[in-house]
Design a protein around this ligand. Structure first.
Ligand SMILES: [Zn+2]
Length: 133
């Protein structure tokens, strides 16, 4: 979450800088309406420096691309790995010989027997054979 960290650092930097500024100009001793001692000058200066650094850090964090550091890098295997090696496309075995279909047979309307397709008439009663549907 670089963005959130950046925002936090930015805000903290501003606050610390303002705080340091106030400290820096805090008057700890006045004489006749004039301030002659700034007792927290060093502390305020440190606060301003600290705030400035935090401010810069926040800006840098905000400027960073989102997909940055802390998360463990996810390794994407090359997409080729997802595809099985090309297999030789096996042709489906063509039916060597069409199995005898009922339509290849003929039947005799007279006696009801079935005969091969090459028969034209029934050998029994000489009735003309019909194709089996
Ligand atoms: Zn017949």
């Amino acid at each position: 979450m670089a963005k959130a960290g950046g925002v936090v650092a930015l805000v903290l930097g501003i606050v610390a800088g303002l705080f340091g500024l106030v400290m820096y100009y805090s008057c700890t001793a006045t004489l006749l309406g004039h301030c002659f001692q700034y007792g927290y000058q060093s502390v305020g200066f440190l606060g301003m420096v600290f705030g400035g650094v935090l401010f810069v850090v926040g800006i840098v964090l905000l400027a960073l691309p989102e997909k940055e550091p802390t998360r463990p890098v996810q390794y994407y295997p090359p997409p080729v790995a997802y595809f099985p090696p090309p297999q030789p496309r096996r042709q489906p075995p063509a039916p060597a010989q069409a199995p005898p279909q009922p339509s290849d047979q003929k039947f005799c309307p007279g006696c009801g027997n079935r005969y091969p397709a090459e028969y034209k008439v029934c050998p029994r009663d000489s009735t003309e054979l019909k194709t089996v549907q």
